[in-house]
Design a protein. Structure first.
Length: 285
């Protein structure tokens, strides 16, 4: 990855975090922990890898993205707004009555959303279906999807994984956000899904295990996924609540909004990180 691209993506990820928490605070509801842990993945896909066009959101040749863990949509909404699919002012209306942006992605009302998601496990199945259609009809676009580590406790996930291998869907790449926590605590204490990498390998998938906050590692894993000849899973070791000191590795921040004094701390930390990233990008450091 070129240095300028790396710095740009770090800046984008930092801004995604800042806008996500701002939106959740304004809504007084939402899921900050998992939104913050996927910022680098979302930034890489939307600002470097995927073929998408904000002026033509339904371009039939576009790459598809499915946020299977749909409750973490603030990060996706932030990226779509930054990319120009809709105005950033919409983020301030998150979860408000009548607003375009609700608590889960809605493909019928939000430009840039390829699949409505929320019921865990089902988004991954839909992503595999999209990949099957593209494969059958000889289309060149690819499908990318993000699952949560708690989400993969759902049996439907493994039915879809079996389906993808059976039909040789080498055009799908799945990221597993392995931040270690779900709404009730550590995933290993609720319904232990580990070893995640070995499970996907047993289902015939190509597997990479990476630091999910390392943009160069993300790029390398995605490149390998595109040429491996099989469906590919990238297991991303991440930090839940990444970037906010009191949210990091704290499962109680899975699904609640910060109060005024908490937001003041979070906003300061995230803004400082964003401003540093933006300065580094500007100066090529």
């Amino acid at each position: 990855m070129e240095r300028n691209t790396l710095l740009m993506l770090r800046e984008r990820a930092a801004r995604i975090r800042m806008l996500s928490v701002e939106a959740i605070y304004g809504a007084k509801s939402g899921h900050p922990g998992g939104s913050l842990s996927i910022a680098e993945i979302i930034a890489y896909l939307y600002f470097d890898k995927m073929k998408v066009d904000p002026k033509n959101p339904r371009d039939p040749e576009r790459d598809r993205f499915v946020l299977s863990k749909g409750h973490c949509c603030p990060a996706l909404y932030a990226a779509l707004a930054m990319r120009g699919f809709f105005d950033e002012s919409e983020l301030k209306k998150l979860r408000k009555l009548g607003a375009m942006l609700q608590g889960h992605p809605d493909m019928k009302s939000i430009p840039g959303i390829d699949m409505s998601t929320g019921s865990l496990g089902q988004g991954f199945s839909a992503a595999c279906g999209m990949a099957a259609r593209a494969k059958r009809e000889g289309m060149k676009w690819r499908v990318y999807t993000i699952l949560g580590d708690g989400e993969i406790e759902e049996g439907q996930v493994w039915e879809a994984a079996m389906f993808a291998n059976m039909y040789k869907l080498d055009n799908i790449t799945a990221f597993v956000d392995f931040n270690g926590y779900q709404i009730d605590g550590a995933v290993t204490e609720v319904m232990d899904p580990t070893p995640i990498d070995e499970k996907f390998r047993a289902f015939g998938w190509h597997v990479s295990v990476i630091d999910g906050h390392d943009l160069e590692a993300i790029e390398k894993a995605v490149s390998e996924a595109g040429s491996c000849g099989r469906p590919a899973a990238i297991i991303c070791n991440t930090v839940k609540g990444k970037g906010v000191s009191f949210m990091e590795n704290n499962y109680t921040w899975h699904g609640k909004a910060p109060k005024d004094e908490e937001y003041a701390i979070a906003e300061k930390e995230l803004r400082e990180a964003y401003e540093k990233a933006a300065e580094d990008s500007k100066n090529g450091r």
